[in-house]
Ligand binder design. Structure first.
Ligand code: NAD
Length: 503
């Protein structure tokens, strides 16, 4: 049932190495957030289709787990090459469905490519350990083995990077994978899957199913699913974590954030202002590592009027406008939610220095636009501070000391990212040491680690134990088997309690 009004038609699912037309009667509209035009429709996969996706990943896994790691790595080498060849094409698709400007869209794809590069080294990352003679004439060694079928559930805000955090590493480790991308921008993940097959990935090893809560729940409760990676909001992440672990599955859930940047009076003012603009409103604030709270220490507060001027110079626009600093929010509902939070902030007594509601972009009257918005006088009790806004809104707070700033940050329920701008090594060292947040920037506003580290949100920003996406992700997607081995060349009696002889 093809809808001819859409640019990309009705999306299939991706099962067994190719497109699989859904028989569902429920379709989700995928729209261009700058003008609401219909780009495609995504099917809500039926229960049978989710079952088929898992089954095909399970069957593919049973063969793939025996493929030598260097051969699996070769698929990843091909894949990173193909992603680079198709970088602009992927970024264009991504920009159309998310509204991100082209540079940002390219960055989204690029950060994913970096993870695939990491997966190219899978052989050395999945080596076990050995020790000869753990007891006399007994050797010990450990083997790293895949789990089976792993599942990824991803949010709208990085439709290339976040799926690529998950399936390349999981599959390089020898697993099968089922991806349930955000229903708001599923076009890019589908193209990622096609290119993966083109790179030589075996049919079925990666399936993509579309939908929402119902499809996610079907995956979380499927007996063949062994591990679940989730990235998204705190509310849904809590549900996913509870459901998956209740089913005794391995789960890691990367969720919401409220990231503070501390500005010391000895910081470089120019650097602070330009970085606050980029980190506060870049990607329309729809980044889990966006800075949403600027904490001015002491006389640094004098810079707030200049910050307001810098904010006022920024304007949003459509993805292919090279002058546009950022794009629209993902949906009309997201825009209304952000506007309501801005209004509530004004009612609660915060001083709105720049109000982005009623923002207009010429030629695009129905886009989900919110202009750069700046508040000062925000307190920890206000909704503006307590809620993750996920829009181009920066809240300024003022404190008298670094200790006060640290106490504020460490009381916040989230712990995804934070940064300090200072010229003082001692202040930077104290901050790095004392702050209870997992990703810390020193004169770097958005400290996203590269994939040879791991993405290490803390506290309310992460549920689970092993963090994605680099080294620890490889541990998440594998089991270690410890083998203790003895070969008899003479009759050696074991002790009465059957332990290995330690004579
Ligand atoms: P979301 O939680 O609405 O959706 C995420 C995924 O969950 C989607 O695939 C969606 O279909 C599915 N889902 C939605 N409702 C569900 C339900 N009731 N049951 C089961 N599954 C459901 O998140 P979003 O709005 O797409 O993304 C924005 C959020 O993601 C923000 O909170 C942001 O901070 C967070 N995020 C976190 C990180 C991180 O690394 N910590 C990175 C990116 C985004």
């Amino acid at each position: 049932m093809t809808s001819h009004a859409t640019l990309y038609g009705d999306l299939p699912l991706y099962i067994n190495g190719g497109p699989h037309a859904s028989t569902t009667e429920q379709w989700i509209e995928v729209t261009n957030p700058a003008d609401q035009s219909l780009l495609a429709r995504a099917p809500r996969a039926t229960a049978e289709e989710v079952e088929l996706a898992v089954r095909s990943a399970q069957q593919a896994y049973l063969l793939w787990r025996d493929v030598p790691a260097p051969e699996r790595a070769r698929v990843m080498f091909n894949y990173q090459h193909l992603l680079k060849v198709h970088h602009d094409e992927l970024a264009t698709l991504l920009a159309q469905e998310t509204g991100k400007n082209f540079a940002d869209a390219k960055g989204d794809v690029w950060r994913g490519i970096e993870v695939v590069e990491q997966a190219c080294g899978i052989a050395s990352q999945t080596m076990g350990e050995t020790m000869g003679n753990v007891a006399r004439r007994v050797d010990g060694h450990s083997w790293v083995q895949p789990l089976g079928v792993c599942v990824g559930i991803t949010p709208f805000n990085f439709p290339a990077m976040i799926p690529l955090w998950m399936f390349p590493l999981a599959i390089a480790c020898g697993n099968g994978f089922v991806l349930k991308p955000s229903e708001q921008d599923p076009l890019t993940p589908m193209r990622l899957a096609e290119l993966f097959t083109e790179a030589g990935a075996p049919a079925g090893i990666l399936s993509v199913v579309h939908g929402g809560a119902e499809q996610v729940d079907a995956l979380l409760t499927h007996p063949d699913v062994k591990a679940v990676s989730f990235v998204g909001s705190a509310r849904v992440g809590a549900h996913v974590y509870r459901t998956a672990t209740e089913q005794l599955k391995r789960a890691q859930c990367f969720v919401g954030a409220k990231n503070h940047m501390v500005i010391m009076p000895d910081a470089n003012k120019g650097l602070v202002l330009s970085n606050l603009v980029g980190a506060g409103v870049g990607a329309a604030g729809q980044r889990c590592m966006a800075i949403s709270v600027a904490v001015f220490v002491g006389s640094a507060r004098d810079w707030i009027p200049e910050l307001a001027e810098a904010f006022a110079a920024v304007r949003p626009g459509v993805w292919d406008d090279p002058q546009a600093a950022y794009g629209p929010l993902i949906s009309p509902e997201a825009r209304v939610r952000v506007e309501n939070l801005i209004e509530a902030g004004k009612q609660e007594g915060a001083e709105c220095l720049l109000d982005g509601t009623l923002c207009e972009v010429a030629g695009y009257p129905v886009g989900n636009w919110v202009g750069p918005t700046l508040f000062r006088g925000v307190t920890a009790q206000m909704g503006l501070y307590r809620e993750e806004i996920f829009g181009p809104v920066l809240c300024c707070m003022e404190v008298d000391s670094l200790a006060e700033a640290l106490a504020l940050i460490n009381r916040n329920p989230y712990g995804n990212g934070t940064s300090i701008f200072t010229g003082c090594g001692a202040a930077a060292r104290t901050f790095r040491h004392e702050v209870a947040v997992g990703q810390v920037g020193i004169n770097v506003p958005i400290p996203v680690p590269l994939p040879f580290f791991s993405f290490t949100g803390w506290r309310g920003s992460f549920y689970g134990d092993l963090h994605a996406y680099g080294k620890q992700a490889v541990r998440f997607y594998t089991e270690t088997k410890t083998v203790t081995e003895r070969w008899f060349d003479e009759d050696i009696p074991t002790g009465p309690n059957m332990t290995i002889s330690l004579r």
